[in-house]
Ligand binder design. Structure first.
Ligand code: UDP
Length: 478
């Protein structure tokens, strides 16, 4: 029986279907999974598209989604097997051990365009995608969305501060100037940056497209231990309990410094030793995360064991994947030595924890400027030049033990500056919590995002009432 007009009018439109394509690195996948859950918890249908090795890592996410009754599926695309030179099984950046494999991995990922298109075409009308949300590193999805006429949002992990600097640097020819610079440490002023900071509005204006500012996503799973535990690599339950018990035993709040450099940075032994000595010399209680690949060499394993004896009761070395969010939200933790990965910085600030900054690559140097110069919650360790140690490239230590000890002492000290950093971090933490609550800026932005795709199309109302219509075919500014 055909529906009457009245009945058709009474039928609510189907929920929007967001097809999310994360990039295959933890710092990208973790927040996009958080976004997927948030969309699902607000009634949208979500499909997370990835490859078999990565889908296996998301098993915990799938299990949690089923139990939480979210309309969230994990979709597996076949990984290309014929990319000459790429060893089988490498589908994630943290599996890569040399630059050549990294280039080949990107080439293989670009070839996912064809199976992605086939998947999207196969979806029946009620599940037709309303919108493709792809990581900013997955530029290969643009042609797919254009061919199928599906709106595409790019998910940009780093802050608008970084992106505005980047666009303004390109627009003002700064890259040519930096290429001609005398040395790598020369500094440049980025033109076109506002003095008083309204980055979101400026970035949206310069980009010429609507921007939905969401997050911090690390606060999305509060109170849901299963969801928190399935962020990133599968947690080692015994390790997690040991770290928590160690922190519980600390009787002073804000007394422990947490030291971790994200999911990709791998330090060579000589740099690792400088970190360890610096922590030991600082006299401050610490939890230090050393990756399994860093600790594997016998001389490192032996050195770490000796360090643990010397700092027993005051320092804890965690080998492998650490429960970072649980550590940063523990009341005993009062500072974080970080590589300035944007997720790490958000996780610290959202929990009111000030940072010591040690950037390594990509957006991390500008993220350092944001937290030190603009937000006033960071103290620099003092890295003068980019040291790309992401893949364990050979390089001399760039930070000496004295610098580590000095930065940790400054971060954790009792002085006026340290107190001010702490105060500001707590203030930003409270603002971050408010943003995620009903009525908060992120909550309302997410509502607007979902509503704008419910009927398909994608529109965004700005504060002055203007409505931006979003089109996947709209001319890119650059
Ligand atoms: N992370 C973690 N345990 C670890 C290492 C990393 O939980 O031992 C998480 C961390 O909480 C963050 C992400 O991995 O959510 C790292 O992202 P970030 O942007 O900080 O750095 P990247 O790894 O991309 O360099």
């Amino acid at each position: 029986m055909a529906p009457t007009e009245d009945a058709a009018a009474a039928t609510p439109p189907p929920p929007p279907h967001f097809v999310i394509v994360p990039f295959v690195a933890q710092g990208h996948t973790i927040p996009m999974v958080d976004l997927a859950r948030l969309l699902g918890s607000r009634g949208a249908r979500v499909s997370l598209v990835t490859t078999p090795v990565n889908a296996a890592r998301l098993r915990g996410v799938a299990g949690h989604a089923t139990r939480a009754k979210l309309a969230l599926d994990i979709v597996e695309l076949p990984f290309p097997t014929d990319v000459a030179g790429l060893p089988p099984g490498i589908e994630h950046v943290d599996q890569v051990t040399n630059h050549n494999h990294c280039v080949l991995l990107f080439a293989a990922l670009r070839r996912l365009a064809e199976p992605l298109e086939a998947y999207l075409r196969s979806l029946p009308p009620p599940r037709r995608p309303s919108c493709l949300v792809s990581d900013w590193c997955n530029g290969w999805t643009a042609a797919v969305s254009a061919r199928l006429g599906i709106p595409r949002l790019f998910f940009q992990g780093p802050p608008c501060f970084y992106s505005l600097c980047d666009i303004n640097a390109v627009d003002h020819g700064l890259h040519e100037q930096t290429a001609a610079a005398r040395d790598d440490t020369e500094k440049f002023v980025v033109p076109g940056m506002p003095v008083r900071v309204e980055f979101l509005a400026c970035y949206e204006a310069v980009l010429g497209k609507p921007v939905w500012a969401l997050g911090p996503f690390c606060l999305a799973n509060r109170g849901d231990a299963e969801a928190t535990a399935s962020r990133g690599n599968a947690p080692d339950v015994a390790r997690q309990s040991a770290v928590t018990a160690w922190l519980d035993a600390m009787d002073t709040d804000d007394s422990v410094v947490f030291v971790s450099f994200g999911s990709l940075v791998r330090k060579l032994p000589n740099q690792l030793f400088e970190v360890g000595h610096g922590l030991e010399d600082s006299g401050v209680p610490f939890v230090w995360v050393v990756k399994e690949s860093e600790a594997a060499a016998p001389e490192v394993a032996e050195w770490l064991a000796a360090l643990e004896v010397r700092v027993a009761g005051r320092g804890l070395v965690v080998r492998g994947w650490a429960p970072q969010l649980a550590v940063l939200s523990h009341c005993a933790v009062g500072g974080f030595v970080t590589h300035c990965g944007w997720n790490s910085l958000l996780e610290a600030i959202a929990h009111g924890v000030p940072v010591a900054t040690w950037p390594h690559f990509a957006d991390q140097f500008l993220n350092e400027r944001l937290v030190v110069d603009v937000l006033g919650v960071g103290v620099p360790v003092g890295v003068a030049e980019a040291a790309v140690m992401m893949l364990g490239d050979e390089s001399a230590p760039v930070v000496a033990r004295e610098d580590v000890a000095r930065a940790v002492a400054a971060l954790m000290g009792d002085g006026e500056e340290a107190g001010e950093r702490r105060r500001k971090a707590k203030e930003y933490g409270e603002k971050a919590h408010r943003a995620m609550e009903k009525g908060g800026s992120s909550y309302e932005s997410l509502t607007q995002l979902i509503e704008s795709f419910r009927q398909s199309g994608g529109e965004k109302k700005t504060e002055d009432g203007t409505v931006h219509a979003w089109s996947p075919l709209k001319e890119q500014k650059k």
